[in-house]
Write a protein that binds this ligand. Structure first.
Ligand code: BGC
Length: 377
């Protein structure tokens, strides 16, 4: 009898021990996130690594919902803006956390010509086309599948954008894979193919705030951008075509600078952008992905590095946030409460023959990777 009791205790202790161990282990979990207005089920995938870092992704808009990373004392907090539930994302107009496509950023006057044929897109940003149109990839339900990752956990989102959708030519087959590893890296792999010549420029539109839980504006964050040049814009934020040196201007982030240090300078580009809302030309040395940008938040010690195989990065300082969005935990997202670092080809490339091409032809693969790497110091 006594022996039996002892072995029962032993088994129980073993069970509790393995449960505690399992908690610290890399895993991915799927849960229900709600339904679209058409009644389709939407899921939420929670990726956890061995360090306790947590990333949540939904297949509505292939959207990053939450990124919980430690500060210098080891305390986790959520460093991306977003909503507590699916309804927030269904109604969202600020592109919080989503995948942007078929063409991230602006196309002048919503027009471009490919192989002699002119295409017309929606004008949803004044006289220009922005972020894929009226219902871009952020407003689509993607098919999600957990996939094997050599060094972590990953979920792949798949969407087929039909020929003519939002005015773009060709059936575009798109996969976006979100991975998390034990180096605290969120890795996004993009893949696309087409059956007709088209343009493609995909990015992720997460707004980061390394204070955690959007505890204030991002003006104290220190930013480094690995770029000698940027693409100046006109007052509708369309590039002039020039690659201008950053040296001697408030666009120079080659050394770490607080965002707030020069953001309100009467420098024409900052006036046009209402702050930073520009594309930098990433310096490319050695093999990709290149370290394009780094953000350090001095109060919490959190650090984010952005690595990419893309030639450009849009640094946007949440200039259009004005407190009307009530985000997670009821926090109102005030002016400049989040910053975006959108890895991309340059804006309006379909109309800029000197910019790296965004044309994708049948038989070719659009394939690119971006990594958001977190640490604290
Ligand atoms: C653009 C901003 C735009 C914002 C929309 C950014 O990528 O550069 O101009 O207002 O997206 O949320």
């Amino acid at each position: 009898m006594e022996r039996k009791a002892r072995s029962l205790v032993f088994v129980l202790v073993l069970a509790v021990f393995s449960m505690v161990q399992a908690e610290g282990k890399m895993n991915i979990q799927k849960s229900a996130f709600g339904k679209t207005s058409g009644g389709q089920n939407v899921d939420l995938y929670t990726l956890t690594n061995d360090n306790g870092m947590v990333v949540k992704v939904t297949n509505w808009g292939a959207t990053i919902v939450s990124v919980q990373v430690p500060d210098r004392s080891g305390k986790n907090a959520d460093v991306v803006l977003g909503y507590d539930n699916l309804d927030g994302y269904l109604a969202d107009k600020a592109y919080l956390g989503c995948t942007v496509g078929r063409y991230g950023n602006r196309i002048a006057k919503g027009r471009f010509t490919l192989e002699g044929k002119e295409y017309k897109l929606a004008l949803n940003d004044g006289e220009n086309h922005l972020h894929g149109g009226l219902a871009g990839f952020n407003k689509k339900l993607w098919q999600a599948n957990e996939v094997k990752a050599a060094d972590g956990v990953a979920v792949q989102m798949h969407y087929v954008s039909k020929d003519g959708e939002e005015g773009y030519p060709g059936n575009l087959d798109v996969s976006v894979t979100f991975g998390l590893d034990n180096k605290n890296q969120v890795k996004i792999d993009y893949l696309a193919t087409t059956d007709k010549t088209t343009v493609v420029n995909l990015t992720n539109h997460s707004y980061f705030n390394l204070l955690g839980d959007a505890a204030g504006n991002i003006l104290g964050h220190e930013v480094t951008i690995n770029a000698d040049r940027f693409t100046p814009v006109n007052k509708t934020l369309i590039p002039t075509g020039e690659l201008a040196p950053v040296a001697g201007t408030p666009m120079d982030f080659k050394q770490p600078k607080a965002i707030g240090a020069r953001i309100d300078d009467k420098y024409e580009q900052l006036v046009f952008g209402r702050g930073y809302d520009h594309n930098w030309v990433v310096n490319q040395a050695g093999a990709s992905p290149w370290l394009a940008a780094k953000v350090f938040e001095p109060k919490t010690g959190r650090v984010m590095e952005v690595l990419t195989a893309e030639p450009g990065i849009q640094f946007y300082t949440g200039n259009f946030l004005d407190g009307t969005i009530k985000g997670k935990k009821g926090v109102a997202y005030q002016h400049r409460y989040g910053l975006c670092l959108e890895t991309q080809h340059f804006p309006d490339s379909p109309n800029q023959p000197k910019f790296p091409s965004t044309t994708l032809k049948p038989g070719a693969k659009y394939q690119t990777t971006t990594i958001y790497r977190f640490s604290a110091k």
